[in-house]
Ligand binder design. Structure first.
Ligand code: NAG
Ligand code: NAG
Length: 467
């Protein structure tokens, strides 16, 4: 899962060639998926396609979504939007097809995920911003910049227009969920929704859940040093350098300003040597997919299926979603790119303003809580990219600032007679939880515990103390 998450991507050029048009007709039947190639038969309906988010003709933009209705009684279940981060990673490829969606690709077929989140909710996966996955923009110039602000605006327009296509979901309880850089996307989208609602109630927003999110750049990134050190990934002397000579937030700041200092370069070099590329930074205990690490030499090492978790799922998603028959069944197409990718990077078209990484969103989380909307921040506890320690500190600090007292003291929670993780709740509205043994993509590596956490979150209940 090495490219899937906080992969810090380089700035690229956008380039569009074809100029055809996509218009979403008003009814949702044309987006209904008859059957995905290799798909087992299921009782729920699923849909996918494009929703235009253009504001004018010159700048034609469309976002691609995959929507899986709840397995049972969709009319009585909430609507949940899921966003992956990056920026640049696909919520369809990562979220739907490897984390919490109903299917996972395995060779030529799809297999059911028995812990799919559409057991509890109607799940909407959005590839955002334009330039990610099947989503695209056709611009008159090659130089289209995408940033946090544009992404939030497009996401809001997407939802408004998606509701025109699926009016039965318009007044449904709505939850926003996601992970990693979605720690920016979701609070920023929620803020726009709260503002829109103050004029006319458009969104029935009931809660936010953020998994291993970037909420405050320095705190989140600098918790990495201690995580590496305490898990034995770096030595005592390298830890000292990584905290005093050049810390990670300084390195990333310099990196995205194209001005890495010799001293930071030296420290990061030592950190990389010791941590090794054969350890997954998104889960320090999980094996890596050898074929992904050595992507130039896929043939030398077949998948190592020594554990229950398929660490090579990413490769399977790439082959599955690049099949022409799959794209046809999904009503998807490739615009301006040669192939679908898990994360847009320097071979593709995304030009994201990476300095937006430094915008703190924890204060937005505070204003959302103040507006009476519950927020859960959860952490897969094996992730070193956005470690639990930074998130826990940020949530605790926010609770103090908001004057929220602890309503559930820090304690374990249970799932299947085992400890699923730890949790703390403040003022019955702001929660923190860990998922024990989970990676950055928690529902991928701990599906059963993640589903329990999701269910409790939707019900507005504290995580179970008994089993
Ligand atoms: C990281 O480095 C920057 C720049 O040297 C410094 O301002 C900041 O306090 C450091 N943060 C931590 C947590 O050490
Ligand atoms: C929080 O706890 C403090 C100290 O026990 C108390 O004075 C205060 O009233 C509490 N605040 C709320 C909102 O319950």
């Amino acid at each position: 899962m090495k490219t899937m998450a906080m992969a810090l991507l380089l700035v690229l050029q956008l380039c569009f060639i074809s100029m055809e048009f996509v218009e979403s007709s008003s009814h949702h039947y044309d987006h209904k998926i008859v059957r995905l190639p290799g798909q087992p038969s299921v009782d729920f309906q699923h849909f996918s396609g494009y929703i235009s988010v253009s504001d004018h003709q010159k700048n034609h933009k469309a976002l691609f979504y995959y929507f899986a209705e709840a397995e049972k009684n969709p009319a009585s279940k909430p609507l949940v939007l899921w966003l992956n981060g990056g920026p640049g990673c696909s919520s369809v490829g990562v979220g739907a097809f490897s984390e919490n969606g109903p299917f996972r690709p395995d060779g030529q077929v799809l297999v059911r995920n028995e812990y799919s989140w559409n057991i509890e909710a109607n799940m909407l996966y959005l590839e955002t911003p334009v330039g990610v996955g099947f989503s695209y923009s056709r611009h008159s110039s090659n130089d289209v910049a995408v940033d946090d602000e544009a992404t939030a605006r497009d996401n809001l327009v997407f939802l408004q227009r998606w509701f025109n296509k699926f009016p039965q979901y318009k007044h449904r309880d709505l939850f926003l969920t996601g992970e990693s850089y979605a720690g920016h996307y979701i609070p920023q989208l929620a803020k726009l929704m709260v503002e829109a609602n103050s004029k006319e109630k458009l969104f029935n927003l009931k809660g936010l859940a953020l998994g291993n999110p970037v909420l405050e750049f320095a705190t989140d990134l600098n918790s990495r040093a201690e995580y590496f050190w305490s898990h034995g990934l770096i030595s005592d002397s390298t830890y000292r350098m990584f905290t005093s000579v050049c810390n990670y937030s300084r390195y990333v700041s310099e990196y995205y300003r194209d001005s890495v200092s010799p001293v930071c370069s030296r420290v990061m070099n030592q950190v990389s040597i010791e941590t090794s590329k054969f350890v997954d930074k998104y889960d320090v205990t999980l094996d890596v997919c050898i074929s992904s690490v050595l992507s130039q030499s896929k043939a030398i090492s077949p998948n190592q299926m020594t554990q229950r978790i398929d660490v090579c799922v990413e490769d399977k998603i790439v082959s599955y979603l690049n099949r022409k028959d799959v794209q046809k069944a999904l009503h998807a197409k490739l615009v301006g790119v040669r192939r679908w990718d898990v994360c847009s990077d320097d071979t593709s078209i995304l030009d994201y303003q990476m300095l937006d990484l430094e915008i703190p969103t924890i204060s937005l989380v505070g204003s959302i809580v103040k507006a009476g909307i519950p927020v859960l921040v959860y952490s897969g506890d094996q992730d070193s990219a956005i470690p639990l320690t930074g998130s826990r500190t940020l949530v605790d600090r926010l609770a103090r600032e908001l004057g929220l007292n602890t309503t559930v003291p820090y304690r374990v929670w249970f799932q299947g007679k085992q400890v699923g993780g730890w949790t703390q709740v403040y003022g019955n509205i702001l929660s923190f939880a860990t998922i024990r043994g989970a990676s950055h993509e928690a529902p991928f590596s701990q599906p059963e515990r993640s589903l329990m956490l999701f269910k409790s979150f939707l019900q507005g209940r504290a995580l179970p103390l008994v089993f």
